[in-house]
Design a protein around this ligand. Structure first.
Ligand code: MD3
Ligand code: FE
Length: 199
């Protein structure tokens, strides 16, 4: 089933349990080559979410600000984006262009992500695709400008969200997770993948 919320297309239960497990295994390989880290925010506090990336570009933040980098902080190139993840993009966006960044966000108990816009990419006409795995996450959706009303929806393991068109610059965040709500990750927590066209 596809839900529509403020221009976001939410494909509930897009990935079955077997595919979720296969994608998780692919992301474990990514994390083995590119260990997850907690980026430092420009205001000097580390993020509660741990991150790593795959593809030509990876997302990075430090006191100088948010940006994309071609290398992991350990000096290595980011690993390639796993095939099954690319396949999701093909199914919900198409073949015209493929993403050049897969950002993997790991939410442990108590981790959250404040309301923000994603605007470090060159061309906002390409959507961002999000894949949720593991514990439920409370996703909050605001407006294209700061402030105003918000709506929230629980994202569950296997859900896929497409943020395109007018929704591309909408403020959004993750308020909290339901730690232990899913058995997919052996230690619990939530894993979210976002697929982006960066340049
Ligand atoms: C709407 N991640 O990585 S995914 C992010 O669940 C991010 O980890 C959240 O926000 C997470 O930037 C939410 C949904 C999402 C991702 C990117 C977007 C929504 C978006 C970009 C533009 C608009
Ligand atoms: Fe975001």
């Amino acid at each position: 089933t596809v839900l529509e919320l403020r221009g976001f297309r939410i494909f509930k239960g897009f990935l079955d349990a077997a595919l979720q497990a296969e994608i998780l295994a692919e992301i474990r390989n990514v994390a083995a080559c590119a260990p997850p880290f907690s980026p430092m925010t420009p205001y000097g506090k580390p993020m509660t979410v741990k991150m790593t990336s795959a593809g030509k570009y990876g997302w990075f933040s430090d006191k100088s600000g948010y940006r994309y980098e071609t290398h992991h902080p350990n000096g290595a190139l980011w690993p390639v984006i796993p095939d099954l993840v690319i396949e999701i993009w093909r199914q919900v966006v198409g073949f015209e262009r493929l993403p050049d960044c897969c950002l993997a966000n790991f939410y442990g108990e108590g981790a959250r992500m404040g309301l923000h816009q994603d605007r470090d990419e060159a061309d906002f006409s390409w959507p961002v695709v999000s894949v949720s795995l593991g514990d439920d996450g409370l996703f909050r959706i605001g407006n294209p400008t700061k402030g105003g009303s918000t709506e929230s929806i629980w994202l569950q393991s296997g859900d896929v969200v497409v943020m395109g068109g007018d929704a591309r610059l909408t403020y959004h965040g993750i308020d909290r997770i339901r730690y232990g709500s899913s058995q997919l990750l052996p230690k619990g927590g939530r894993l979210n993948l976002t697929l982006r066209v960066v340049d």
